[in-house]
Design a protein around this ligand. Structure first.
Ligand code: THU
Length: 135
């Protein structure tokens, strides 16, 4: 999987905007719609630890706020040397809006990447019928 250089650069730049004073793990994520529009977000931690949220949640919130609900691809990057995959809760958040076969791409600071489909990451994810944006 080749990550478009504009997306990789934006993710790298955004890591510094993460609010991660507790874990020091800075994460930036992007969600791409079927038309190619991309929305970004970072993790936002809180002194009351459970109140913090992940970069994927921020990116999904930005996309939905901009009127874009369908997700064709997700990118996740962090300041850790290893590949970071979305947590279980974020897999479900992605699943809510994911098109079939939605690709989740993870990138390291040194440019390694890997990807899986959302169905591989979250088999049998929960969906109401009809999920509102699909009706
Ligand atoms: N984190 C994300 O933002 N996305 C992920 O995919 C994994 C974890 C954040 C949550 C927390 O702020 C920090 O990384 C350490 O867990």
């Amino acid at each position: 999987m080749t990550v478009p250089s504009a997306v990789a650069e934006q993710l790298r730049a955004l890591l510094d905007r993460a609010h991660a004073p507790y874990s020091r793990v800075q994460v930036a994520a992007a969600v791409e719609g079927p038309d190619g529009e991309v929305h970004y977000g970072v993790n936002v931690e809180n002194a009351a630890y459970p109140q913090g949220w992940c970069a994927e949640a921020s990116a999904i919130g930005a996309a939905v706020s901009a009127g874009h609900k369908a997700i064709a691809r997700v990118y996740v990057s962090s300041n850790l040397p290893e590949l970071v995959w979305p947590c279980g809760g974020c897999r479900q958040k992605i699943f809510e809006f994911a098109q079939a076969g939605c690709e989740v791409v993870t990138l390291t600071p040194d440019g390694r990447t890997d990807s899986r489909t959302i169905e591989q990451l979250l088999p049998m994810g929960f969906r109401l019928d009809p999920t509102p944006h699909r009706s």
